[in-house]
Design a protein around this ligand. Structure first.
Ligand SMILES: Cc1cc2nc3c(=O)[nH]c(=O)nc-3n(C[C@H](O)[C@H](O)[C@H](O)COP(=O)(O)OP(=O)(O)OC[C@H]3O[C@@H](n4cnc5c(N)ncnc54)[C@H](O)[C@@H]3O)c2cc1C
Length: 397
Protein backbone atom coordinates (compact mmCIF):
# COMPACT_ATOMS: atom_id res chain seq x y z
CA UNK A 1 0.00 0.00 0.00
CA UNK A 2 1.24 3.47 -0.87
CA UNK A 3 -0.82 5.28 1.77
CA UNK A 4 -3.12 4.63 4.71
CA UNK A 5 -5.60 6.74 6.72
CA UNK A 6 -8.20 6.26 9.47
CA UNK A 7 -11.72 7.67 9.61
CA UNK A 8 -14.88 7.24 11.64
CA UNK A 9 -17.07 7.01 8.54
CA UNK A 10 -16.16 6.34 4.91
CA UNK A 11 -18.71 6.99 2.18
CA UNK A 12 -17.91 5.26 -1.11
CA UNK A 13 -19.41 7.01 -4.13
CA UNK A 14 -20.04 10.74 -4.39
CA UNK A 15 -23.45 10.69 -6.08
CA UNK A 16 -26.38 12.46 -4.44
CA UNK A 17 -26.73 9.63 -1.88
CA UNK A 18 -23.02 9.77 -1.02
CA UNK A 19 -22.88 13.55 -0.76
CA UNK A 20 -25.92 13.59 1.57
CA UNK A 21 -24.46 10.75 3.67
CA UNK A 22 -21.07 12.46 4.02
CA UNK A 23 -22.61 15.84 4.90
CA UNK A 24 -24.87 14.23 7.53
CA UNK A 25 -22.11 12.14 9.15
CA UNK A 26 -19.73 15.08 9.25
CA UNK A 27 -22.40 17.41 10.68
CA UNK A 28 -22.60 15.07 13.70
CA UNK A 29 -18.86 15.34 14.26
CA UNK A 30 -17.68 12.12 12.61
CA UNK A 31 -14.33 12.24 10.82
CA UNK A 32 -15.69 11.49 7.36
CA UNK A 33 -14.20 10.66 3.96
CA UNK A 34 -16.05 10.71 0.65
CA UNK A 35 -14.49 8.63 -2.14
CA UNK A 36 -15.48 9.38 -5.74
CA UNK A 37 -13.98 7.89 -8.90
CA UNK A 38 -14.85 10.86 -11.14
CA UNK A 39 -13.92 14.48 -10.51
CA UNK A 40 -17.50 15.65 -9.81
CA UNK A 41 -19.95 15.25 -6.96
CA UNK A 42 -23.50 14.24 -7.91
CA UNK A 43 -23.12 10.98 -9.86
CA UNK A 44 -25.91 10.37 -12.35
CA UNK A 45 -27.59 13.66 -11.43
CA UNK A 46 -24.62 15.74 -12.60
CA UNK A 47 -21.96 13.60 -14.28
CA UNK A 48 -24.78 11.62 -15.88
CA UNK A 49 -26.73 14.76 -16.91
CA UNK A 50 -29.97 13.51 -15.39
CA UNK A 51 -31.14 16.97 -14.47
CA UNK A 52 -34.67 16.61 -13.11
CA UNK A 53 -34.98 16.68 -9.31
CA UNK A 54 -38.08 14.52 -8.93
CA UNK A 55 -40.89 15.50 -6.51
CA UNK A 56 -40.66 15.90 -2.77
CA UNK A 57 -44.47 15.94 -2.49
CA UNK A 58 -47.31 13.45 -2.75
CA UNK A 59 -48.91 15.07 -5.80
CA UNK A 60 -51.76 16.51 -3.76
CA UNK A 61 -49.87 19.45 -2.31
CA UNK A 62 -48.27 17.82 0.72
CA UNK A 63 -44.50 17.70 1.04
CA UNK A 64 -43.26 14.34 2.36
CA UNK A 65 -39.44 14.59 2.08
CA UNK A 66 -37.45 17.26 3.92
CA UNK A 67 -33.95 17.77 5.38
CA UNK A 68 -30.92 17.60 3.09
CA UNK A 69 -33.15 16.40 0.23
CA UNK A 70 -34.74 19.85 0.12
CA UNK A 71 -31.50 21.67 0.97
CA UNK A 72 -29.75 20.03 -1.99
CA UNK A 73 -32.68 20.82 -4.29
CA UNK A 74 -32.42 24.50 -3.33
CA UNK A 75 -28.60 24.43 -3.62
CA UNK A 76 -28.84 23.04 -7.16
CA UNK A 77 -30.41 26.34 -8.25
CA UNK A 78 -27.91 28.69 -6.57
CA UNK A 79 -25.75 29.24 -9.65
CA UNK A 80 -28.71 29.40 -12.03
CA UNK A 81 -30.81 29.24 -14.02
CA UNK A 82 -33.72 27.09 -12.70
CA UNK A 83 -36.47 28.01 -10.25
CA UNK A 84 -38.64 26.43 -7.59
CA UNK A 85 -42.28 26.24 -8.74
CA UNK A 86 -44.13 29.38 -7.59
CA UNK A 87 -46.54 27.48 -5.35
CA UNK A 88 -43.68 25.87 -3.39
CA UNK A 89 -41.82 29.14 -2.80
CA UNK A 90 -44.32 30.41 -0.28
CA UNK A 91 -44.46 27.80 2.47
CA UNK A 92 -44.00 24.13 3.09
CA UNK A 93 -47.10 22.08 2.46
CA UNK A 94 -48.52 24.62 0.04
CA UNK A 95 -51.85 23.06 -0.83
CA UNK A 96 -51.60 23.15 -4.58
CA UNK A 97 -51.34 20.41 -7.11
CA UNK A 98 -48.22 21.37 -9.06
CA UNK A 99 -45.55 18.96 -7.83
CA UNK A 100 -42.45 20.09 -5.94
CA UNK A 101 -39.99 19.15 -8.68
CA UNK A 102 -37.36 21.17 -10.52
CA UNK A 103 -35.01 21.21 -13.49
CA UNK A 104 -31.41 22.10 -12.53
CA UNK A 105 -28.20 22.79 -14.38
CA UNK A 106 -25.72 19.95 -13.61
CA UNK A 107 -22.68 22.28 -13.64
CA UNK A 108 -24.36 24.70 -11.22
CA UNK A 109 -25.23 21.83 -8.90
CA UNK A 110 -21.61 20.62 -8.94
CA UNK A 111 -20.40 24.06 -7.81
CA UNK A 112 -23.00 24.21 -5.05
CA UNK A 113 -22.16 20.71 -3.77
CA UNK A 114 -18.43 21.50 -3.79
CA UNK A 115 -19.24 24.48 -1.60
CA UNK A 116 -21.35 22.48 0.86
CA UNK A 117 -18.69 19.78 1.10
CA UNK A 118 -15.93 22.35 1.70
CA UNK A 119 -17.91 24.01 4.48
CA UNK A 120 -18.65 20.64 6.08
CA UNK A 121 -15.04 19.52 6.54
CA UNK A 122 -15.63 16.21 4.73
CA UNK A 123 -12.35 14.81 3.38
CA UNK A 124 -13.22 14.48 -0.33
CA UNK A 125 -11.12 12.12 -2.48
CA UNK A 126 -11.84 12.70 -6.17
CA UNK A 127 -10.37 10.62 -8.96
CA UNK A 128 -10.15 7.74 -6.51
CA UNK A 129 -11.72 4.34 -7.09
CA UNK A 130 -12.66 1.79 -4.46
CA UNK A 131 -11.21 -1.58 -5.43
CA UNK A 132 -11.78 -3.77 -2.38
CA UNK A 133 -13.68 -4.01 0.90
CA UNK A 134 -11.94 -5.30 4.03
CA UNK A 135 -13.98 -7.29 6.53
CA UNK A 136 -13.25 -8.92 9.87
CA UNK A 137 -15.65 -11.25 11.67
CA UNK A 138 -18.76 -10.01 9.81
CA UNK A 139 -17.75 -6.38 10.24
CA UNK A 140 -16.77 -4.02 7.43
CA UNK A 141 -13.52 -2.39 8.49
CA UNK A 142 -12.12 -0.48 5.53
CA UNK A 143 -11.50 -0.23 1.80
CA UNK A 144 -8.69 -0.38 -0.69
CA UNK A 145 -8.59 2.55 -3.12
CA UNK A 146 -6.61 3.40 -6.22
CA UNK A 147 -5.63 6.86 -7.44
CA UNK A 148 -2.60 8.72 -8.82
CA UNK A 149 -0.64 7.90 -5.65
CA UNK A 150 -1.18 4.18 -6.20
CA UNK A 151 -3.08 1.83 -3.91
CA UNK A 152 -4.10 2.92 -0.42
CA UNK A 153 -5.91 1.51 2.59
CA UNK A 154 -8.58 3.58 4.28
CA UNK A 155 -9.98 2.27 7.57
CA UNK A 156 -13.29 3.24 9.16
CA UNK A 157 -15.61 2.26 11.96
CA UNK A 158 -18.62 2.40 9.62
CA UNK A 159 -18.80 2.28 5.81
CA UNK A 160 -21.56 3.60 3.56
CA UNK A 161 -22.01 2.04 0.12
CA UNK A 162 -23.21 4.86 -2.14
CA UNK A 163 -21.61 3.50 -5.31
CA UNK A 164 -25.00 2.95 -6.98
CA UNK A 165 -23.75 -0.55 -7.87
CA UNK A 166 -23.32 -1.99 -4.34
CA UNK A 167 -19.60 -2.31 -5.05
CA UNK A 168 -18.67 -2.41 -1.36
CA UNK A 169 -21.16 -5.16 -0.58
CA UNK A 170 -20.10 -7.12 -3.67
CA UNK A 171 -16.38 -6.75 -2.91
CA UNK A 172 -17.14 -8.00 0.62
CA UNK A 173 -18.45 -11.21 -0.96
CA UNK A 174 -22.16 -10.64 -0.30
CA UNK A 175 -24.77 -11.99 -2.73
CA UNK A 176 -26.25 -8.96 -4.51
CA UNK A 177 -29.24 -9.09 -6.90
CA UNK A 178 -28.75 -7.44 -10.31
CA UNK A 179 -30.93 -5.95 -13.05
CA UNK A 180 -30.31 -5.02 -16.67
CA UNK A 181 -31.22 -1.79 -18.42
CA UNK A 182 -32.61 -0.30 -21.58
CA UNK A 183 -30.28 1.84 -23.65
CA UNK A 184 -30.24 5.47 -22.50
CA UNK A 185 -28.26 8.56 -23.39
CA UNK A 186 -29.42 11.90 -22.04
CA UNK A 187 -27.45 14.73 -23.57
CA UNK A 188 -27.48 18.48 -23.26
CA UNK A 189 -27.79 20.31 -26.53
CA UNK A 190 -28.26 23.72 -28.04
CA UNK A 191 -31.30 23.72 -30.25
CA UNK A 192 -32.94 26.86 -31.54
CA UNK A 193 -36.69 27.41 -31.61
CA UNK A 194 -37.79 24.10 -30.19
CA UNK A 195 -39.26 24.93 -26.78
CA UNK A 196 -40.14 21.98 -24.58
CA UNK A 197 -41.13 21.11 -21.05
CA UNK A 198 -37.64 20.23 -19.89
CA UNK A 199 -35.74 23.20 -21.24
CA UNK A 200 -32.83 24.27 -19.08
CA UNK A 201 -32.67 27.75 -20.59
CA UNK A 202 -33.57 29.35 -23.87
CA UNK A 203 -32.35 27.09 -26.68
CA UNK A 204 -30.76 24.65 -24.20
CA UNK A 205 -32.55 21.39 -23.71
CA UNK A 206 -32.18 17.82 -22.71
CA UNK A 207 -32.21 15.33 -25.56
CA UNK A 208 -33.17 11.83 -24.54
CA UNK A 209 -31.87 9.07 -26.78
CA UNK A 210 -32.72 5.45 -26.18
CA UNK A 211 -35.58 3.24 -25.16
CA UNK A 212 -38.03 3.32 -22.33
CA UNK A 213 -36.97 1.40 -19.26
CA UNK A 214 -39.50 -1.33 -20.06
CA UNK A 215 -37.46 -2.39 -23.10
CA UNK A 216 -34.73 -4.33 -21.33
CA UNK A 217 -33.09 -7.05 -23.37
CA UNK A 218 -30.27 -8.29 -21.13
CA UNK A 219 -27.74 -6.60 -23.40
CA UNK A 220 -26.87 -3.90 -20.90
CA UNK A 221 -25.82 -4.86 -17.41
CA UNK A 222 -24.15 -2.07 -15.45
CA UNK A 223 -21.81 -4.38 -13.56
CA UNK A 224 -20.20 -6.01 -16.60
CA UNK A 225 -17.20 -4.01 -17.85
CA UNK A 226 -17.59 -4.97 -21.51
CA UNK A 227 -21.33 -4.27 -21.48
CA UNK A 228 -20.80 -0.89 -19.82
CA UNK A 229 -18.45 0.12 -22.60
CA UNK A 230 -20.84 -1.12 -25.31
CA UNK A 231 -23.73 0.75 -23.67
CA UNK A 232 -21.79 4.03 -23.76
CA UNK A 233 -20.64 3.57 -27.38
CA UNK A 234 -24.14 2.61 -28.56
CA UNK A 235 -25.78 5.56 -26.80
CA UNK A 236 -23.40 8.08 -28.36
CA UNK A 237 -23.78 6.43 -31.79
CA UNK A 238 -27.56 6.75 -31.56
CA UNK A 239 -27.16 10.43 -30.72
CA UNK A 240 -24.82 10.97 -33.71
CA UNK A 241 -27.43 9.33 -35.91
CA UNK A 242 -30.15 11.57 -34.49
CA UNK A 243 -28.12 14.71 -35.25
CA UNK A 244 -27.20 13.49 -38.73
CA UNK A 245 -30.83 12.73 -39.49
CA UNK A 246 -32.00 16.16 -38.36
CA UNK A 247 -29.30 17.89 -40.51
CA UNK A 248 -30.01 15.74 -43.56
CA UNK A 249 -33.76 16.30 -43.33
CA UNK A 250 -33.16 20.07 -43.23
CA UNK A 251 -35.01 20.44 -39.91
CA UNK A 252 -31.82 21.70 -38.30
CA UNK A 253 -28.29 22.59 -39.23
CA UNK A 254 -25.02 22.41 -37.31
CA UNK A 255 -25.30 26.11 -36.35
CA UNK A 256 -28.72 25.91 -34.74
CA UNK A 257 -28.44 22.44 -33.22
CA UNK A 258 -25.32 20.99 -31.65
CA UNK A 259 -24.29 19.04 -28.52
CA UNK A 260 -23.25 21.05 -25.45
CA UNK A 261 -22.25 18.17 -23.23
CA UNK A 262 -22.46 14.38 -23.06
CA UNK A 263 -22.86 12.16 -19.98
CA UNK A 264 -19.51 11.27 -18.43
CA UNK A 265 -20.83 8.15 -16.72
CA UNK A 266 -22.99 5.31 -18.00
CA UNK A 267 -26.67 5.99 -17.43
CA UNK A 268 -27.76 2.76 -15.80
CA UNK A 269 -30.95 3.13 -13.85
CA UNK A 270 -30.47 -0.08 -11.86
CA UNK A 271 -27.48 -2.39 -11.75
CA UNK A 272 -26.73 -4.18 -8.48
CA UNK A 273 -28.16 -3.73 -5.00
CA UNK A 274 -27.74 -5.17 -1.54
CA UNK A 275 -29.91 -7.99 -0.31
CA UNK A 276 -31.14 -6.18 2.78
CA UNK A 277 -32.60 -7.26 6.07
CA UNK A 278 -35.82 -6.03 4.46
CA UNK A 279 -36.54 -5.55 0.76
CA UNK A 280 -39.12 -3.01 -0.37
CA UNK A 281 -41.34 -4.52 -3.02
CA UNK A 282 -44.34 -3.84 -5.22
CA UNK A 283 -47.51 -2.82 -3.45
CA UNK A 284 -45.73 -1.57 -0.33
CA UNK A 285 -46.71 2.05 -0.90
CA UNK A 286 -48.83 3.24 2.02
CA UNK A 287 -47.35 0.52 4.21
CA UNK A 288 -46.27 1.84 7.58
CA UNK A 289 -43.02 0.51 9.06
CA UNK A 290 -42.08 0.69 12.71
CA UNK A 291 -38.47 1.37 11.69
CA UNK A 292 -39.31 4.03 9.08
CA UNK A 293 -36.49 6.54 8.62
CA UNK A 294 -38.42 8.87 6.31
CA UNK A 295 -40.75 9.03 3.34
CA UNK A 296 -40.50 9.43 -0.41
CA UNK A 297 -43.10 10.09 -3.05
CA UNK A 298 -43.66 7.95 -6.11
CA UNK A 299 -42.30 10.12 -8.93
CA UNK A 300 -44.37 8.35 -11.58
CA UNK A 301 -47.85 9.05 -10.26
CA UNK A 302 -49.53 11.25 -7.69
CA UNK A 303 -51.03 9.73 -4.56
CA UNK A 304 -48.39 7.11 -3.78
CA UNK A 305 -46.06 7.58 -0.81
CA UNK A 306 -43.55 5.11 0.60
CA UNK A 307 -42.04 4.86 4.07
CA UNK A 308 -38.45 3.61 3.97
CA UNK A 309 -37.52 1.06 6.66
CA UNK A 310 -34.06 1.26 8.22
CA UNK A 311 -33.64 -2.47 7.54
CA UNK A 312 -33.63 -1.82 3.77
CA UNK A 313 -30.23 -0.08 4.18
CA UNK A 314 -28.69 -2.99 6.12
CA UNK A 315 -27.15 -5.82 4.08
CA UNK A 316 -27.69 -9.34 5.33
CA UNK A 317 -24.51 -10.92 6.57
CA UNK A 318 -22.35 -7.85 7.20
CA UNK A 319 -22.42 -5.31 9.98
CA UNK A 320 -21.26 -1.68 9.91
CA UNK A 321 -22.07 -1.30 6.23
CA UNK A 322 -25.08 0.72 5.11
CA UNK A 323 -26.25 0.91 1.48
CA UNK A 324 -28.04 3.98 0.15
CA UNK A 325 -29.56 5.44 -3.01
CA UNK A 326 -29.81 3.23 -6.05
CA UNK A 327 -28.28 0.23 -4.26
CA UNK A 328 -30.48 0.05 -1.16
CA UNK A 329 -32.68 -3.04 -0.92
CA UNK A 330 -35.67 -2.58 -3.27
CA UNK A 331 -37.12 -4.91 -5.87
CA UNK A 332 -39.51 -4.72 -8.82
CA UNK A 333 -41.45 -1.52 -9.17
CA UNK A 334 -40.28 -0.37 -5.75
CA UNK A 335 -36.70 -0.27 -7.08
CA UNK A 336 -37.90 2.07 -9.80
CA UNK A 337 -39.38 4.33 -7.13
CA UNK A 338 -36.38 4.38 -4.80
CA UNK A 339 -33.59 4.70 -7.39
CA UNK A 340 -34.15 8.44 -7.97
CA UNK A 341 -32.57 11.66 -6.66
CA UNK A 342 -34.90 12.46 -3.70
CA UNK A 343 -34.64 8.92 -2.26
CA UNK A 344 -30.87 8.96 -2.79
CA UNK A 345 -30.62 12.17 -0.74
CA UNK A 346 -33.07 11.00 1.93
CA UNK A 347 -31.52 7.56 2.48
CA UNK A 348 -28.05 9.14 2.29
CA UNK A 349 -28.82 11.59 5.08
CA UNK A 350 -30.45 8.93 7.25
CA UNK A 351 -27.47 6.59 6.78
CA UNK A 352 -25.00 9.38 7.54
CA UNK A 353 -26.77 10.04 10.86
CA UNK A 354 -27.01 6.30 11.59
CA UNK A 355 -23.30 5.82 10.85
CA UNK A 356 -22.26 8.71 13.09
CA UNK A 357 -24.51 7.46 15.91
CA UNK A 358 -23.06 3.97 15.55
CA UNK A 359 -19.60 5.46 16.07
CA UNK A 360 -20.74 7.67 18.99
CA UNK A 361 -22.44 4.79 20.77
CA UNK A 362 -19.68 2.26 20.02
CA UNK A 363 -22.25 -0.16 18.70
CA UNK A 364 -22.94 -1.72 15.28
CA UNK A 365 -25.33 -0.61 12.55
CA UNK A 366 -27.54 -3.64 13.19
CA UNK A 367 -27.65 -3.05 16.94
CA UNK A 368 -28.15 0.71 16.82
CA UNK A 369 -31.38 1.70 18.56
CA UNK A 370 -33.83 2.53 15.77
CA UNK A 371 -35.93 4.55 18.23
CA UNK A 372 -32.95 6.79 19.03
CA UNK A 373 -32.10 7.11 15.32
CA UNK A 374 -35.69 8.10 14.53
CA UNK A 375 -35.68 10.60 17.38
CA UNK A 376 -32.51 12.24 15.99
CA UNK A 377 -33.82 12.24 12.42
CA UNK A 378 -37.03 13.96 13.39
CA UNK A 379 -35.60 16.41 15.95
CA UNK A 380 -32.27 17.30 14.25
CA UNK A 381 -32.96 16.76 10.54
CA UNK A 382 -36.66 17.70 10.41
CA UNK A 383 -37.71 14.32 8.99
CA UNK A 384 -41.34 13.30 9.27
CA UNK A 385 -41.21 9.51 9.62
CA UNK A 386 -44.77 8.35 9.07
CA UNK A 387 -47.68 9.29 6.80
CA UNK A 388 -49.70 10.75 9.67
CA UNK A 389 -46.80 13.10 10.59
CA UNK A 390 -47.56 15.20 7.50
CA UNK A 391 -51.21 14.27 7.14
CA UNK A 392 -50.89 12.41 3.86
CA UNK A 393 -52.98 9.32 3.21
CA UNK A 394 -54.01 6.98 0.40
CA UNK A 395 -56.36 8.93 -1.87
CA UNK A 396 -59.89 7.59 -2.29
CA UNK A 397 -60.33 5.90 -5.65
C1 LIG B 1 -31.41 7.47 -17.89
C2 LIG B 1 -31.72 7.87 -16.50
C3 LIG B 1 -32.70 8.82 -16.24
C4 LIG B 1 -32.99 9.21 -14.95
N1 LIG B 1 -33.90 10.20 -14.71
C5 LIG B 1 -34.07 10.71 -13.49
C6 LIG B 1 -34.83 11.87 -13.26
O1 LIG B 1 -35.38 12.47 -14.18
N2 LIG B 1 -34.91 12.34 -11.98
C7 LIG B 1 -34.36 11.69 -10.91
O2 LIG B 1 -34.53 12.13 -9.77
N3 LIG B 1 -33.62 10.59 -11.10
C8 LIG B 1 -33.44 10.11 -12.37
N4 LIG B 1 -32.63 9.02 -12.57
C9 LIG B 1 -32.05 8.32 -11.42
C10 LIG B 1 -31.06 9.13 -10.65
O3 LIG B 1 -30.38 10.08 -11.37
C11 LIG B 1 -30.03 8.28 -9.95
O4 LIG B 1 -30.45 6.98 -9.81
C12 LIG B 1 -29.73 8.88 -8.62
O5 LIG B 1 -29.14 10.12 -8.85
C13 LIG B 1 -28.90 7.88 -7.88
O6 LIG B 1 -27.99 8.46 -7.05
P1 LIG B 1 -26.93 7.57 -6.27
O7 LIG B 1 -26.14 8.55 -5.47
O8 LIG B 1 -27.62 6.46 -5.55
O9 LIG B 1 -26.06 6.84 -7.37
P2 LIG B 1 -25.16 7.41 -8.55
O10 LIG B 1 -25.67 8.67 -9.05
O11 LIG B 1 -24.97 6.28 -9.47
O12 LIG B 1 -23.78 7.74 -7.80
C14 LIG B 1 -22.80 6.77 -7.53
C15 LIG B 1 -21.45 7.44 -7.49
O13 LIG B 1 -20.49 6.51 -7.06
C16 LIG B 1 -19.34 6.59 -7.87
N5 LIG B 1 -18.73 5.27 -7.87
C17 LIG B 1 -19.26 4.12 -8.36
N6 LIG B 1 -18.43 3.10 -8.15
C18 LIG B 1 -17.35 3.60 -7.51
C19 LIG B 1 -16.16 3.02 -7.01
N7 LIG B 1 -15.90 1.72 -7.12
N8 LIG B 1 -15.25 3.84 -6.40
C20 LIG B 1 -15.50 5.18 -6.28
N9 LIG B 1 -16.62 5.76 -6.73
C21 LIG B 1 -17.55 4.98 -7.32
C22 LIG B 1 -19.87 7.02 -9.23
O14 LIG B 1 -18.88 7.65 -10.00
C23 LIG B 1 -21.00 7.96 -8.83
O15 LIG B 1 -20.58 9.29 -8.71
C24 LIG B 1 -32.31 8.61 -13.86
C25 LIG B 1 -31.32 7.66 -14.11
C26 LIG B 1 -31.03 7.30 -15.40
C27 LIG B 1 -29.95 6.29 -15.64
Amino acid sequence: MNFQKDYDVIVAGGGIAGVAAALAASARGSKTALIEKTVYPGGLATTGLVYIYLPLCDGYGTQVTFGLTEKLLIASLKYGPGDIPENWKKENNAIEEKRYRIVFNPASFILAMDELLEESGVDVWYDTTVTRTFTENNLATGIEVFNKSGFGKLNAKVLIDATGDADLAHYAGLQCPTRDNALAAWTLEHVANEPGQRDLAENVKMRIVGCSNDKRTGEFLGIDGAKVSRFIRKGRKKYRELLAESYESGRNNRKDRFPLFLPAMAQFRMSRRIDGEFTLNDGMEWMSFEDSIGMVADWRKSGYVWEIPYRSLLPRGLDNLLAVGRCMSSEGDAWDVTRVIPTAAMTGEAAGVAAAMTVEKRTTTHQLSVKELQQQLSSKCGFPLHFEDVGTSRPEK
